[in-house]
Design a protein around this ligand. Structure first.
Ligand code: FAD
Ligand code: DLZ
Ligand code: SF4
Length: 506
């Protein structure tokens, strides 16, 4: 009879996962389950499905090669959901106890909490210690605070882990944050940027590609060419490749966008990090080991992982399940069809979506300031925007997708996460990218059929939400411009916006 049955989910593929801490080879077993409901609760990109299933199968093989007993349910043979498959496996395995690491998503936690009652077996849910900050520690940090801003959380984490701190307890280089140096656009004749490392599919991955092609043909995105890492070894090579070839320029060009450069100097590691092929501590240690890198690149990169990623997870568990239900601006428009096809004449959006269809990847500024900014100023329903982001990116899991989309991008939380909405007109996009030069619309025009839609939608957004936003000190300039605006100009903005929004709703 089995003592502990350790369940490992598709985003828990770490050799040191907490559910295995006291694992005994001679008494305990592991269960991994590919299930239909997980593959279809969102319209996951086909590349994301291949990544998760292939990485799960490789991890199971790695464990089996170490002499661990792993029961693995493949997608074509398993029950529809975790509970049903686990229940069917428990009848055969007869464990005394089930052990599982705290899941990444609220929805899955609710399912796990029912297991004890359904299966009549004790269930231990253990903390996920792959993160720098525990859920409880984050809650403590929120106590007594008026505002939950990333910057103060990040400084607390830097001090706690003594990362980029000098001998006097001060931030290395003198500043906590080099954001100001992270805003360069890519010069015209900039040499080609080294691409992320591409891995060749092995037989396991080829088999998964064939299964996904057959079983999920209607899912979003291009299935091939598939080049993601699917093992710890490969992911480590991708990390080393980033540090060697792109880290040094990460800082200066962090906010840049370019039509021919889908990845720029970004690490393209989130899809590995989020399923456990890499660990946050491992990445930060490797980055800190590297000599001679500009402080704005090292600090900028550390800030993303030690700051943003941990803070976002903290906000998710601190606010769920209420968080996903808010709609501060009462945004009601439907997500335009072009989000799924890229079929639009707005070149910036077309480029980001076509890249997303191909790669299941877009970097942060493309997500925030192109597709996200548009959804915000066009008043798209938060639920539909979140559903899109959860589907199309290989790194998308609700704990990280939701606060980024619902909070940071759409401000649907009314300012829990951000201090103001990230709304921008065409001017910002033109400054940070080369999209506008090849666009049907004219970024310099503010009104009329040829004007860049971001220009009038931007003002329309602030006019529409004036009451909710005009007291925000960070928006003082916006509203002082609005005060100076003629009624005629306001009507023109509203009419242009109305016409355009009707056009894209068809
Ligand atoms: P890099 O730019 O190289 O950054 C390094 C690492 O820092 C990333 O791998 C990631 O782990 C972490 N990081 C950076 N920014 C954030 C952030 N805002 N929140 C959390 N972690 C961050 N990230 C996801 O991992 N999954 C998502 O589903 C997701 N959805 C997003 C939706 C929207 C609307 C926005 C604006 C951002 C979203 N992000 C999400 C955050 C960020 O865009 C991605 O983490 C990043 O683009 C991944 O690419 P990279 O690995 O090249 O990142
Ligand atoms: C993303 C994903 C997919 C597509 N399929 C599975 C699966 O079949 N089995 C599994 O264990 N995990 C899968 N995952 C990852 C899960 O969605 C992820 O573990 C949960 O969202 C965590 O809360
Ligand atoms: Fe995008 Fe406007 Fe520039 Fe066209 S002109 S690429 S719509 S910002």
């Amino acid at each position: 009879m089995t003592n502990n049955l350790c369940v490992i989910l598709g985003d828990q593929l770490s050799s040191n996962i907490s559910s295995l801490k006291n694992f005994k080879k001679n008494q305990d077993k592991i269960l991994m389950m590919e299930v239909f409901n997980e593959a279809t609760y969102a319209n996951h990109h086909k590349k994301k499905l291949v990544l998760v299933f292939s990485a799960m199968r490789h991890f199971a093989k790695e464990l089996q090669e170490k002499g661990v007993s792993v029961t693995y349910s493949k997608i074509n043979k398993s029950q529809d959901n975790f509970t049903k498959e686990l229940s069917s496996q428990c009848k055969k395995i007869q464990p005394k106890r089930i052990v599982i690491t705290h899941p990444g998503e609220y929805r899955v936690l609710q399912e796990i909490k029912k297991w004890e009652k359904v299966l009549k077996i004790p269930v231990s849910i253990v903390d996920d210690d792959r993160f720098f900050c525990t859920i409880d520690e984050f809650k403590k940090w929120t106590e007594g605070r008026k505002e939950l801003r990333m910057e103060s959380f990040y400084q607390m984490m830097r001090k706690k882990y003594q990362i980029l701190i000098d001998n006097n307890g001060k931030p290395k280089g003198g500043k906590w944050n080099y954001d100001i140096k992270n805003r360069k656009s890519l010069p015209k004749n900039h040499p080609d940027v080294p691409k992320p490392l591409q891995h060749k599919p092995d037989d396991i991955t080829k088999q998964v590609i064939a299964e996904v092609k057959k079983k999920f043909p209607k899912h979003f995105g291009d299935l091939e060419p598939f080049w993601f890492a699917v093992t710890h070894e490969q992911a480590k090579k991708s990390l080393n490749d980033f540090i060697k070839n792109r880290l040094s320029m990460f800082g200066p060009y962090e906010d840049a966008m370019a039509q021919e450069e889908s990845f720029l100097y970004h690490s393209v590691l989130s899809m590995y990090l989020n399923i456990g092929l890499l660990e946050p501590k491992q990445i930060i240690n490797k980055v800190l080991e590297k000599d001679g890198i500009k402080v704005e690149s090292v600090e900028g990169f550390v800030r993303q992982i030690l700051g943003w990623r941990e803070y976002i997870r903290g906000i998710y568990w601190y606010t769920m399940p209420k968080y996903s239900k808010t709609n501060y601006f009462d945004a009601k428009n439907k997500l335009p069809k072009f989000y799924w096809t890229g079929n639009t004449e707005m070149n910036c959006i077309k480029n980001c979506i076509e890249q997303t269809i191909k790669e299941s990847y877009a970097h942060h500024i493309q997500r925030l300031m192109i597709t996200g900014n548009f959804a915000l100023i066009a008043g798209i329903k938060p639920e539909e925007v979140c559903e899109w982001y959860l589907s199309v990116y290989a790194d998308a899991y609700e704990w990280v997708e939701l606060p980024n989309t619902h909070g940071m991008t759409l401000y649907a939380d009314g300012g829990v996460l951000g201090s103001k909405p990230y709304a921008a007109s065409g001017n910002y996009i033109n400054k940070m990218s080369d999209y506008c030069k090849d666009c049907k619309y004219d970024v310099k025009q503010k009104e009329g059929d040829d004007a860049c839609p971001f220009n009038y939608l931007y003002w329309n957004f602030f006019l529409k939400n004036q009451k909710k936003l005009e007291k925000n000190p960070r928006l003082w300039t916006v509203f002082s411009n609005i005060k100076k605006m003629s009624q005629e100009k306001k009507s023109q903005i509203r009419n242009n916006s109305k016409k355009f929004l009707i056009q894209i709703s068809k």
